[in-house]
Design a protein around this ligand. Sequence first.
Ligand SMILES: Cc1ncc(COP(=O)(O)O)c(C=O)c1O
Length: 374
Amino acid sequence: MEGVTSLDDLPLRTNLQGLTPYGAPQLHVPVALNVNENTHAIPDAVVRDILAGLADAIRSVNRYPDREFTALREALAQYLGHGLAAENIWAANGSNEVLQQVLQAFGGPGRSLLGFAPTYSMYSILASGTDTTWIPGARDADYELSPATAVREIARTSPDIVFLCSPNNPTGTPLSLETIAAVYDATDGIVVVDEAYAEFAPVGTPSALTLLPGRERLLVSRTMSKAFAFAGARVGYLAADPAVTDALRLVRLPYHLSALTQAAANAALAHSAEMLAMVDDIRAQRDRLVVELARLGYAPHQSWSNFVLFGGVADPQETFTALLAEGILIRDVGIPGHLRVTAGTEKETSLFLDALARLGRPDRSGQTETARAE
Ligand SMILES: Cc1ncc(COP(=O)(O)O)c(C=O)c1O
């Protein structure tokens, strides 16, 4: 082929021109704490059962898979509890795809999506991809979102869809059921509560699932990528009124969940307790990060997720690069003076904290001074 073609030479849709794709670095480093994965390995006994399920499924892979993924929806309903049944459940290849399907069905040209910034970076990208107008709403101090602020932003922007991230990524901030209920009452549109990190909240925290009865426009999305240590398998899902799943059938590709994905997820869900056994440990490492980052002179934010956002970083890019040089990958989420780190295993968390301590501690002016032995 002659010449070099660039994006600018292609007849791209107007609303995609000038945009950049999602691009968290995928680097092979000893300590990867940048995309909020579960860094614990799946227990061997569960691996064996998943392999048996896959072996079974591969025998009939000459046929299309169950388009309704009935067994998976039943297993997910059972996992969630709250009186949910298979008809309340929808699933796709990651909750990113679930959210995309929601925008395909309820968003689109002439419609808008309200989120509360800073929030999960894929929301605006999914909005562009479906030609839905993205509205970044405001939060309160410390990234909190009170019922009053959320309702005020809805009155100001009249969105067709609202995405609430609970707890919020990249800040880790919890969201109250009062805010969710107030948002629902303030709009006639679709309200999605993205509970990707719900399993990491303090034990006993009520889920937005408790708000579903009587609220047919409320959708609660979840993922197996985080607590379930299943990011590579790509399984996300939502719970809602059965009419919502009917709407999503209009936009999904036929057979969008492969037979292998369904088999792997079913086998993993049969072992929920073992798969979730590491959640307690991850919570402990997260809480340790909050304590130790403060001790090092940084300003960590409260987190109910498997990651911690911390401020007081004089030069985020410099700290990011210095840690990377030591084989530790964290995330610059573009918030001035801040970086985000995933809670890893105890060893990974120690390696991160030790490396950060060696870089020196920030002083009051935001500069770092060489660490002194204490
Ligand atoms: C808030 C939030 N929602 C959804 C996702 C998407 O997860 P997945 O597509 O792996 O289910 C992520 C991933 O980081 C996330 O942080």
